[in-house]
Design a protein around this ligand. Structure first.
Ligand code: ADP
Ligand code: MG
Length: 238
């Protein structure tokens, strides 16, 4: 069984082909990074896995479950966005509890999960505040905590560090790596930042022009870029 399997997936917006025949297999427990320039289709790929975009052609499996025909709410995933996407009128605690109440997780179990996630992301003191009363970094930690409490079999991250300043970005990057080590859950992480990809990924999927250019470990991509584009994009010294 794989973490995620995409087979011959394509997607159009109107007449424009934005995902062109993408196939890939993510191993169970793997940290995979989709790396590529702005507009190449990274977010669309991730959103199709989450069910936030429909798939025109091809199939997507999460574990043994075919999900491309399944409503987003039934997919066993949690997604973290660049702009946090927290409900502004709810406290952080309510934001974290929201998806779980819907899934009929018992109240004492919800409280336990929130406590554990808040402690590991050091946001305990912000739980009764609303997102508007937090800094960008604190909001992103709350958004990551909200993903964790769902205990999904797959985490999806869409440029979650892009809005943070350099110091906070480095710190949060390390915390995400630790989180992956601790949970062992499959993670798909989208970025245009080569350093993030190189430091976080078990394997990198390099995308360009709506297609896969290369899939490999950071070392493989760095040492043996398959195309001119990859060589230029990961900055291999000549
Ligand atoms: P990336 O995340 O790599 O920057 P996206 O997946 O957001 O790229 O977008 C891929 C392409 O699809 C871009 O050309 C973008 O303009 C286009 N696109 C994305 N979403 C939509 C949409 N809802 N309607 C029309 N075009 C879209
Ligand atoms: Mg994007």
């Amino acid at each position: 069984m794989s973490g995620v399997e995409m087979a011959r997936v394509s997607k159009r917006f109107g007449d424009v082909l934005v995902i062109d025949d993408v196939s890939l297999e993510v191993q169970l427990g793997e940290f995979i990074v989709f790396l590529g320039p702005s507009g190449c289709g990274k977010s669309t790929l991730l959103r199709m896995i989450a069910g936030l975009e429909t798939v025109d052609d091809g199939t997507i499996y999460i574990g043994e479950q075919r999900v491309d025909t399944m409503p987003p709410g039934e997919r066993d995933v949690a997604m973290v966005f660049q702009h946090y996407a927290l409900y502004p009128h709810m406290t952080i605690r309510e934001n974290l509890a929201f998806g779980l109440t819907n899934r009929r997780v018992p109240a004492d179990e919800i409280a336990k999960r929130i406590e554990a996630a808040a402690s590991s992301l050091e946001i305990e003191e912000f739980l009764e505040r609303r997102p508007g009363q937090l800094s960008g970094g604190q909001r992103q930690r709350a958004a990551i905590a909200r993903a964790i409490v769902k205990q999904p079999s797959l985490f999806l991250f869409d440029e979650p560090l892009s809005n943070l300043d350099a110091a906070l970005r480095a710190r949060t990057r390390i915390e995400l790596a630790q989180l992956h080590q601790q949970l062992g859950t499959t993670m798909v992480f989208v970025t245009h930042d080569q350093v993030e990809a190189m430091t976080l990924a078990d394997r990198i999927v390099v995308l360009n022009n709506h297609r896969i250019e290369q899939i490999g470990t950071p070392m493989e991509i760095y040492r043996r870029p398959a195309t001119k584009f990859v060589a230029g994009f990961v900055g291999t010294p000549k």
